[in-house]
Design a protein around this ligand. Structure first.
Ligand code: ATP
Ligand code: MG
Length: 303
């Protein structure tokens, strides 16, 4: 499968921090790729480099077959970016925003209007088209923002935390839109802090940890990397007290149960019960990032 985005040894340092410490990525054309990481992991920095807004200190990044450093114009013609800070004008209506963007992108008056109407329809904003954006909900705004970045058809779309701050319903609406773009053949590169989002949307997921890709694969591949089972300790009324990922071996399970047994939470809770379950992507994330921090798995204290 042809590659839409690939990077080799990408590095970026801000002050004394290596935000990216040798990033290697490969995103197949037509796929949805999720770069997953906590606050400050370097997600926006990665997007900024791939969209030519920031230069890497070293390493190579190619987008749509063009080098971001030597051919930024060719890259820019083939991408759209919806960032963490929205580009919408609150005083204008939805349709005015879209028509203005179309005109700025070189469309004629009629073409800009047609394109705006088509995008409003596609993003479920037709009814709100003539309202000022200042009155839109967070989810509507995010959909308009996405529509604005698609006024000109591009093969590769970058979405920086597309659903952060949205409620469940708006998030699901946006997921639907993103999936339909992917089904129509757009390569989508998104960043997220939500494991569920990566799980639901992405063909492949890369976990960004301390400036490097700590793990990469499909959601199922990542889950099977953790393997085994998670041992949990629940109070008599079912509240989760502690949980511990294990490799699923007899030895691993016994060690985990011993560790739970020794824990202050177990000692304090009368009638606490042990249960085991399959790992979730959350467990994968914790296991991968904990493994990178120290070779031994950590006991994860739940809130
Ligand atoms: N222009 C800059 N100057 C100095 N430091 C920066 C700059 N841009 C980013 N950083 C630092 O680089 C690190 C990574 O930032 P980045 O915005 O890429 O993280 P992120 O994964 O997008 O986080 P978030 O989830 O909060 O959006 C942070 O520690 C940030 O403070
Ligand atoms: Mg960011």
């Amino acid at each position: 499968m042809p590659v839409a985005i690939d990077t080799h040894g990408l590095r970026k340092r801000f002050g004394k921090t290596d935000v990216l410490a040798g990033l290697d990525l490969s995103v197949p054309t037509g796929s949805v790729f999720a770069l997953l990481g906590p606050n400050g992991a370097g997600k926006t920095t990665t997007i900024n480099i791939l969209t030519t807004l920031v230069r890497p200190d070293s390493g190579i990044a190619r987008v749509a077959g063009f080098d971001v450093a030597s051919a930024p114009e060719q890259v820019k013609q083939r991408i759209a970016l919806t960032g963490q800070s929205a580009a919408v004008d609150e005083v204008l209506t939805g349709i005015e925003n879209l028509v203005m963007m179309g005109r700025l992108s070189g469309l004629g008056r009629h073409a800009a209007r047609d394109r705006a109407a088509e995008l409003l329809e596609r993003f479920d904003l037709t009814e709100a088209a003539r309202r000022r954006v200042g009155t839109y909900s967070g989810g509507m705004r995010r959909r308009l923002d996405l529509a604005l970045s698609l006024v000109v058809d591009v093969p590769i779309l970058f979405l920086d935390e597309p659903t952060t701050g949205l409620d469940t319903r708006s998030r699901q609406e946006l997921w639907r839109v993103i999936r339909s773009l992917a089904e129509a053949g757009t390569t989508v590169f998104l960043t997220t802090q939500y494991l569920e989002e990566a799980d639901r949307l992405a063909d492949r997921i890369a976990v960004l940890d301390r400036g490097r890709i700590a793990a990469e694969g499909t959601a199922d591949e990542l889950k099977s990397r953790v393997g085994g089972v998670v041992v949990e300790l629940r109070s008599a009324d079912g509240a989760l007290l502690l949980e511990l990922p294990t490799d699923g071996s007899v030895h691993g399970l016994r060690a985990a149960i011993d560790e739970l047994d020794r824990s202050p939470a177990a000692a304090a809770a009368v009638g606490a019960q042990v249960a085991i379950r399959r790992p979730s992507l959350d467990d994968v994330f914790l296991a991968i990032t904990a493994r990178a921090a120290a070779s031994a798995p950590e006991l994860i204290e739940s809130k």
